[in-house]
Design a protein. Structure first.
Length: 226
């Protein structure tokens, strides 16, 4: 999700790599679930997020959409996000004790928070959002340890490739200006990357790379992430 705002307004003014130390550790978020409430449509999911949720809960995409996920327009494309529910607009996966019920396979945005990603020149770095987390006395932790994702190098490549693909697709559809074509492009993305399950016997990243190459070919989108 693009945010048109100055980094100086929301960050500590620094950009971080995965090997840098950053003051983000909330000590297990004991007694706090503020970032799991009132997030609206902002917890947008990428194909790996949905794959993890599907495998972790043994549900397909359509089943997840029944109660746990929603579809909304994000930067001109239709993408899934975590659903909020109840009077306090809590994440559907937040249990009665205020703890995450899917922590082992939680989405990338949840792993990242309170960090964000700053994209520039078809690459990205991390930044610390200083106004988002209400937990005090945060301690320093290495970025890659905080994100807690196996094979971080492949994950970061996936994140960048996905971001660049969506950016390139939006640019192409905006240039054409055909509403029917945009709708067709949106439905293609939903079907090709979300509704059609990824092969569980194959590592996700190589399989995703194959689908991405096919999508760029089918939609006639030139360019690569880097």
């Amino acid at each position: 999700m693009r945010r048109k705002i100055s980094l100086e307004e929301i960050s500590d003014g620094r950009l971080y790599s995965s090997n840098d130390m950053v003051k983000a550790d909330c000590g297990g978020c004991v007694g706090c679930s503020s970032c799991c409430r009132g997030m609206g449509e902002s917890i947008v999911l990428d194909p790996l997020d949905v794959h993890r949720l599907s495998m972790g809960q043994r549900k397909n995409f359509q089943e997840l959409l029944e109660e746990e996920l929603e579809l909304h327009v994000v930067d001109g494309l239709i993408l899934p996000n975590l659903r909020m529910s109840g009077e306090d607009e809590a994440c559907v996966y937040l249990n009665a004790q205020g703890r995450c019920g899917i922590h082992l396979f939680r989405p990338g945005i949840c792993r990242l928070f309170p960090l964000g990603r700053y994209y520039e020149n078809r690459t990205f770095q991390y930044f610390l959002q200083v106004h988002e987390c209400i937990k005090g006395n945060r301690t320093k932790i290495k970025v890659k340890k905080w994100i807690d994702t196996p094979d971080l190098k492949s994950y970061e490549k996936f994140v960048l490739d996905w971001h660049c693909f969506l950016e390139d697709l939006d640019e192409k559809l905006s240039a054409v200006g055909d509403e029917a074509m945009r709708k067709a492009g949106c439905m293609y993305v939903l079907r090709h990357f979300y509704a059609e399950p990824f092969e569980t016997r194959t590592e996700f990243y190589p399989y995703f790379d194959c689908r991405l190459r096919q999508a760029r070919e089918d939609l006639e989108i030139k360019g690569n992430a880097r």
